[in-house]
Design a protein around this ligand. Structure first.
Ligand code: ACO
Length: 419
C-alpha cells in the first residue's frame, strides 16, 4: 500500500493512500488529528472525499458520468427511469421478474393517506411547490413512523403524487388521484395534466422526455443535496426527514434551483430585446452580482455530459411537440458567445444540466416554479441509494471540525457597562 508523507513542525507523518476502482487517489487522514493535533481546512469541500461509494462515477475532466458502471448515454438511450431507480438503489439492473415486481410495488404504493389532503388544503396557493413538497415528504413520517425497508418504495411511489398535488394546489385545480394501470411516468403526467372536464391522452413524446430528464437527474455523487442527505441521515433521523432535507438543499439557485433561474434569465433577456451579449458581459463584471445561470460546475471542467444530451433532446422534443420557443434560440446564442469568450474559457465554465432542461420542461407545459420539483423527483433514487449505502455501511455521524477565528476568552460585561 502506498503512503503519503506530511511534514508538520519538522516532524514527519505517514498516511495511507486509498485508490478507487477508477484510479482516483485519496489520502486517508482519519488519524490526522490523533497523531498531529491538526485538522485539514477545505472550505466548500473542493478536495475532500466524504465517503467511499460504489454508486456513481464522475470524471469531470473527461465529461464522464456512470451509474453503477453504466454510461449515462446508454442509460438515457435504453432504460426507463424506474429501471434506473432500481439500479441505483439495489446495485443491479432488474431482471424481468424483479422489474415487474418493482413496477407493481411502485404503483400500489402511490396513494397517499387521505388525511394528507388536509395538509395541502392548509397551504397557501402561492406557496412554492418545493416548500410544499419538502413539507409533505417530512409529513410522510407521520403516516409511516417506523423505520422499515418498505419506506424506500413508499417514498418513491408517493413522491410523484405529492409533487402533482402541490402543482394542482398552486393552480387551484382538483387533485387527480394516482392510477395503477399507468407506468410511473405516465401516471405522474396524468396526475399533473388531466382534468375532470375531459379525458387526457398522455402524449408519448412527453413520457419519453420525462423518462430522459429523470434519468439524467437520478444521481450525481456527493453534490450539495446528496451530501446533505448523507449528513442528515448519519444522525439516524427517518428516511423521509432525511430526503426532505435533501429537497431543501436542492432548492437553492446555485444547485437544482438553477433550472428555474435559467428560464427566468432567458425571459429577462428576451424582454430586453434578446441582447444576450449584454448579459454575457454583465456576468463577467465582478461587482454586478449576475451569473450566467446554468453555467459552471464544481466538477465538470470540460463539458457536462447531461447538458450535451439535453441540448440534442431540446431540439427533438420541441420539434415533435410543434413548439417554437424563442428562448431556445437565445440559449443557444448565449452558449455560443460564452464558450468563445476568454472569461468563460479560462474558468472552464460550460453549460450544466440545468441550462437546457428548463426549455424542455417548458415545452412540456410544466410551469417554471415546478422545474426544481421535477429535478427532485429525478434525484430521489440517487438520494435514497446514497442514504442506504451509508446506513448499510454503518457510517459514523457526520461531524466536521472547524478552525475557530473568533474572540478568545473574555469576561462577561454587565449591561450597564456595555458601549
Ligand atoms: N457565470 C459567471 N461567472 C461564473 C459562473 C457563472 N455561472 N460560475 C462561476 N463563475 C466564475 C466565478 O465568478 C469565479 O471567478 P473568479 O475565479 O474570477 O472569482 C470562477 O468562475 C469559479 O467560480 P466558483 O463560484 O468558485 O465555482 P464553484 O465551483 O464554487 O461554483 C457553481 C459552482 C455554484 C455551479 C457556479 O458555477 C454557479 O454559481 N453557476 C450558476 C448556477 C448554476 O447553474 N448552478 C447549477 C449547477 S449544476 C447543479 O447543481 C445541478
Amino acid at each position: 500500500m502506498s503512503t503519503a508523507k506530511l511534514i508538520l513542525d519538522g516532524k514527519e507523518y505517514e498516511f495511507p493512500v486509498v485508490v478507487g476502482s477508477e484510479g482516483e487517489v485519496g489520502i486517508d487522514i482519519a488519524k490526522l488529528r490523533d497523531v498531529t493535533g491538526a485538522i485539514t481546512l477545505d472550505e466548500g469541500y473542493g478536495n475532500t472525499g466524504s465517503c467511499r461509494s460504489a454508486i456513481t462515477f464522475i470524471d469531470g475532466d473527461r465529461g464522464i458520468l456512470r451509474y453503477r458502471g453504466y454510461p449515462i448515454e446508454e442509460l438515457a438511450r435504453h432504460a426507463t427511469f424506474v429501471e434506473v431507480a432500481y439500479l441505483l438503489i439495489y446495485g443491479k439492473l432488474p431482471n424481468a421478474t424483479e422489474l415487474a415486481r418493482w413496477r407493481e410495488q411502485l404503483a400500489t404504493n402511490s396513494l397517499i393517506h387521505e388525511s394528507m389532503k388536509h395538509f395541502f388544503e392548509g397551504c397557501s396557493h402561492v406557496a412554492h411547490p418545493m416548500a410544499v413538497l419538502s413539507s409533505m415528504v417530512t409529513m410522510l413520517s407521520a403516516c409511516h413512523p417506523h423505520e422499515e425497508p418498505e419506506n424506500i418504495v413508499r417514498l418513491l411511489a408517493k413522491a410523484p403524487t405529492l409533487a402533482a398535488f402541490s402543482y394542482k394546489k398552486s393552480v387551484g385545480q382538483p387533485f387527480v388521484y394516482p392510477r395503477t394501470d399507468l407506468s410511473y411516468t405516465e401516471n405522474f403526467l396524468n396526475m399533473l395534466f388531466s382534468l375532470p372536464t375531459g379525458p387526457y391522452e398522455i402524449p408519448k413524446v412527453l413520457d419519453q422526455a420525462l423518462n430522459l430528464l429523470l434519468i439524467l437527474h437520478a444521481d450525481h455523487e456527493q453534490n450539495c443535496s446528496t451530501s446533505t442527505v448523507r449528513m442528515v441521515g448519519s444522525g439516524h433521523v427517518s428516511l423521509f426527514a432525511t430526503i426532505a432535507a435533501g429537497i431543501c438543499a436542492l432548492w437553492g439557485p446555485r444547485h437544482g434551483g438553477a433550472n428555474q433561474e435559467v428560464i427566468e434569465m432567458l425571459e429577462l433577456i428576451a424582454r430586453d430585446g434578446g441582447n444576450y451579449r449584454k448579459y454575457v458581459d454583465l456576468a463577467k463584471e465582478k461587482g454586478s452580482g449576475f451569473r450566467l445561470m446554468g453555467f459552471g460546475h464544481r466538477v465538470y471542467k470540460n463539458f457536462d455530459p447531461r447538458a450535451k444530451i439535453l441540448k440534442k433532446a431540446a431540439d427533438a422534443v420541441l420539434e415533435k411537440l410543434g413548439v417554437e420557443d424563442p428562448l431556445l434560440e437565445i440559449a443557444k446564442n448565449l452558449e455560443k458567445v460564452a464558450l468563445e469568450d476568454e472569461f468563460f474559457i479560462e474558468r472552464k465554465l460550460y453549460p450544466n444540466v440545468d441550462f437546457y432542461s428548463g426549455i424542455i420542461y417548458r415545452a412540456m407545459g410544466i410551469p417554471t416554479n415546478m422545474f426544481t420539483v421535477m429535478f427532485a423527483l429525478g434525484r430521489l433514487p440517487g438520494w435514497i441509494s446514497q442514504w442506504k449505502e451509508a446506513r448499510d455501511g454503518g457510517a459514523r455521524i457526520s461531524r466536521p471540525r472547524q478552525i475557530y477565528i473568533g474572540e478568545t476568552q473574555r469576561p462577561y460585561v454587565p449591561l450597564a457597562e456595555r458601549a
